[in-house]
Design a protein around this ligand. Structure first.
Ligand code: PHE
Ligand code: ZN
Length: 877
């Protein structure tokens, strides 16, 4: 087999031909769907006459082809595995093709496929080429008219983008609906859905007074689970009007929920398709985390209507143009409608764990990559989350007013176009008058910048000197890095007053936001008129996606934890304090020395518990220890057992020393009021459940009884799931097993709850976890063809059960490899994602490295999809 070839950003050329309008007709049959396409094509004005027309196409059976009604002779076109070339097309013409495809055979879930008897499509990034021959690239934008034909009895609902304009009956019990989408769009935003679906409908009046119909389409059994998504959609529509002045443009907005979906959801124009896991909720079946995730994803997809659809990407290298901006928008939305500090803490905790790991590994890439083999591998934390951090920095740099002006300019100037990241940043530069040229490096340099900071207080001169040194480590094909423009929001907290001191830099007051700008490899900032010795509070709100080190002592951190005016940094001080204690304990474990808990950490937690907090969700975050994955990220070499032992030890020590406080917290935050996913209730539940986790860390009779009661009380899924997890992760199998059985029986008919049931079991720390995974893979409810199941069982085990996945006998690696090899054939996109933990082999000890590499080699020996090929080659490079 020939090796897949990379695509390079610098090779971009505009298309030789444009498609003005696209007419499609689908005759739906599971094994042989006919797709007729009529493309209104014309030569690009800047390109020469006579160039060939290159159309993408994969796994298509061509049955006819004609130009302006004349069938093409075989010599007039060339067919290959990847497309069709019309050799000498005219200037302007109609191209008619007819192909046959098989949705039933489609397990990759790209293009047109069947999910639970329902037809649906996924076209981003390059799925449309599995539907028909087409210039399947985002810079070809056309209006679409789509006729869907299907059996009326089994497929009563036929949907596509835009507005329905015609429907009617056909012979043989078939019917059709024609849809018109007046907004030019690239093929990746095309969608079609057909099935036996039911809808929930609502309305929204836009700011200019237009009436929009909102529909959520689901299978009948899920009709009761759409309220939260609908309410979220309306909030998102209103927020985008108020915050960005963006109004919805069609008369109809539809969401469809499907069981089998590779990602969370997809922003197809007017017809968003969602993974059921990202849209359905009910207090009995969904946890608080799911309610919040659904709200965020519904908003994200809706926001794409402008940041993505009306203005889209010129090529896939610009993916972060739409994703980084849209994630930033959905993060701000969630912060506005929930607890803003908690949203930031959650996002950053996740980012510093998962994105930092990606940026330090063999698949590290810039926010705007330079090349790829398979674009499907680039829907990453770097493109999405780091991209959002970069947009957030831009917003903070230019200020909200200028950012909003820049955003208006961007949408106005580029409406209906496919553009680049420069186009976006240029609008921000134009609106603000700032020079953003150095800032652009954030888009081109991979790797997490490391900042080493140190400070000195000069009593005699009342000066504080802060020196910052930045360095970005080498990443694959980027050995040298330049200094970035890094905005650092900071304060100096007076050790006597406990207050932020006024900051004077270079004789001038520092701006109100307290931001200093690091632009050089090394820079010293001298603050004058500093009346007392301060502790610096750096990188407030995580003002840049960097790793910042400062030689804080434990007293400094306890001081910041108590006094910092920045809520985010108060939380971070607690995390840093816990990390110092964890570091000592990890060392103790390695050296076989008895572990001793640092009393200063216990006292800091005690003080925190005594002080309390208005925002219970923030308090819950403050009490949560860094995850094993985050701790691992902070170690030079990951010692799986030592990390697990150290973290467990800290948890148990805190629980033992503060059990009365945790018990009080638990009791104070119990509640019988009816469930609602309000920020207040969610905060209260989080705090109560954190307290219960600590109590269960020492597993005394009382704690076990509380957990068991909470499970039995069956008040809402958040509490039930948490209690069940604690039981299953405890030594009390006598209680856990019956509880698991009851839960599994009760929810056997609810796939999304069964996903939880799988996940709870495979995260247990006991040594039988891996055997359980193997056993559960044989469970009748498990299927490798359903991505949610694969993620719940195998993904959760490999990513969240570190102690068992990294077993020294290599069984965890072997299990994952077996699954990856099977999925490589069935669903390459999922396979390439699932293999990620193995690609991080360099972070582990020698014996584990060898085992992991051995498994990667075993994968490499297979006939690989481009997706898995690319990841494996990088991992073994
Ligand atoms: N564009 C989708 C989103 O952000 C994600 C997606 C990518 C979905 C590729 C499916 C396939 O929101
Ligand atoms: Zn998106």
């Amino acid at each position: 087999m020939s090796e897949p070839k990379p695509t390079y950003r610098h090779d971009y050329r505009p298309p030789a031909y444009r498609v003005r309008h696209t007419e499609l007709r689908f005759d739906l049959e599971p094994g042989a769907t006919r797709v007729r396409a009529r493309l209104h094509v014309e030569r690009h004005p800047e390109r020469q006459a006579g160039e060939p027309l290159v159309l993408d196409g994969e796994q298509l059976l061509l049955t006819s082809i004609a130009i302006d009604g004349q069938a093409l002779a075989e010599a007039e076109y060339a067919l290959s595995d990847t497309g069709l070339t019309v050799l000498r097309p005219p200037e302007r013409f109609l191209l008619d093709t007819e192909v046959e495809i098989s949705p039933r055979e489609n397990t990759a879930l790209e293009g047109l496929y069947l999910s639970n008897g329902m037809y649906c499509t996924q076209c981003e990034a390059e799925g449309f080429r599995r539907i028909t021959y087409y210039p399947d690239r985002p810079d070809v934008m056309a209006t679409f008219s789509t006729t869907v034909v299907g059996d009326k009895a089994t497929l009563p609902v036929l949907l596509s983008n835009g507005n329905p304009v015609e429907r009617g009956e056909l012979p043989d019990g078939r019917h059709f609906v024609t849809w018109d989408d007046p907004f030019p769009k690239p093929s990746y935003l095309f969608a079609l859905v057909a099935g036996d679906l039911q809808k929930v409908e609502d309305r929204f009046t836009t700011m200019s007074g237009r009436d929009v119909t909102l529909q959520i389409w689901v299978e009948k059994a899920n009709l009761g689970k759409t309220d939260h998504a609908m309410a979220s959609l309306k909030r998102a529509m209103q927020w985008d009007e108020q915050t960005y002045g963006r109004e919805y443009d069609l008369d109809l907005f539809m969401i469809v929920a499907v069981d089998d979906f590779n990602m969370g959801a997809m922003e197809n124009k007017g017809l968003n398709i969602f993974n059921t896991a990202a849209v359905l909720t009910h207090p009995h079946t969904a946890t608080d985390a799911t309610f919040q995730r659904v709200e965020g994803i519904v908003a994200h997809e809706y926001f794409h209507n402008w940041s993505g659809n009306r203005v889209t990407c010129r090529d896939w290298f610009q993916l972060s143009l739409k994703e980084g901006f849209t994630v930033f928008r959905d993060q701000c939305f969630s912060a506005d409608v929930n607890s803003a500090p908690v949203k930031r803490i959650e996002d950053v905790a996740f980012f510093r764990t998962a994105q930092f790991a990606e940026d330090a590994g063999p698949t590290a890439h810039p926010v705007r990559p330079d090349h790829y083999i398979e674009i499907g591998n680039f829907y990453t934390l770097t493109i999405y989350e780091k991209g959002a951090e970069v947009v957030r920095m831009l917003c903070n740099l230019v200020g909200w007013e200028a950012f909003r002006r820049g955003s208006d300019l961007y949408f106005e100037r580029f409406d209906g176009q496919a553009v680049t990241i420069e186009d976006f940043v240029d609008c921000m530069a134009e609106a603000s008058g700032l020079d953003l040229s150095q800032f652009m490096l954030w888009y081109s340099q991979a790797g997490t910048p490391e900042i080493d900071a140190h400070g000195e207080y000069d009593y005699a001169n009342a000066e504080y000197r802060l020196t910052l040194r930045q360095r970005t480590p080498a990443t694959p094909d980027q050995p040298e890095k330049l200094a970035l423009h890094i905005p650092i929001r900071m304060g100096l907290v007076g050790t006597k007053s406990g207050r932020d001191l006024a900051l004077t830099l270079d004789g001038k007051p520092l701006d109100r936001d307290g931001v200093i700008h690091l632009r050089e490899a090394e820079q010293t900032f001298v603050f004058t008129d500093v009346p007392e010795a301060p502790v610096p509070s750096l990188l407030r709100g995580f003002s840049a996606p960097v790793q910042l080190r400062f030689p804080y002592g434990r007293e400094d951190l306890a001081f910041l934890l108590a006094n910092d005016s920045d809520g985010f940094n108060r939380w971070d001080a607690g995390q840093r304090l816990a990390m110092l204690a964890l570091d000592d304990l990890i060392a103790a474990h390695r050296n076989g020395v008895e572990k001793v808990m640092d009393p200063r950490v216990v006292e800091a937690f005690r003080a925190l518990l005594e002080r309390g907090s208005k925002d219970k969700a923030v308090m819950a975050e403050m009490l949560t220890l860094p995850s094993e994955a985050y701790i691992a990220e902070q170690q030079p070499l990951v010692d799986v057992e030592a990390i697990h032992a150290a973290r467990t030890f800290v948890e148990q020590s805190l629980a033992a020393a503060l059990s009365d406080d945790f018990l009080r917290l638990y009791e104070e935050n119990r509640s019988d009021i009816p469930y609602a996913p309000t920020p207040e209730q969610i905060g209260q539940r989080s705090l109560k459940n954190v307290a219960l986790s600590y109590l269960m860390a020492i597993e005394d009779e009382q704690a076990v009884a509380l957990a068991h009661q909470q499970f039995e009380a069956d008040h809402n899924m958040t509490d039930v799931r948490h209690a069940l997890t604690l039981l299953v992760h405890s030594s009390r199998d006598d209680l856990a097993d019956p509880a698991l059985r009851a839960f599994g029986e009760k929810w056997a008919h609810e796939p999304l709850v069964m996903d939880q049931w799988f996940a709870i079991q495979v995260t247990r720390p006991q040594t039988d976890a891996l055997e359980r995974v193997r056993y559960l893979m044989g469970h009748p409810a498990f299927s490798l063809k359903n991505p949610n199941r694969v993620r719940a069982l195998v993904g959760t085990f490999a990513n969240q059960n570190r102690i068992n996945f990294h077993r020294t006998d290599g069984e965890g690696y072997r299990l994952l490899t077996d699954v990856v090899i099977e999925l490589n054939r069935l669903n390459p996109e999922i396979a390439a994602r699932l293999v990620t933990p193995l690609t991080r082999w360099q972070r582990f000890d020698e014996p584990r490295q060898e085992l992991m590499k051995g498994e990667l080699e075993r994968i490499r020996a297979e006939k690989l999809s481009p997706n898995v090929y690319e990841v494996i080659e990088k991992a073994l490079a």
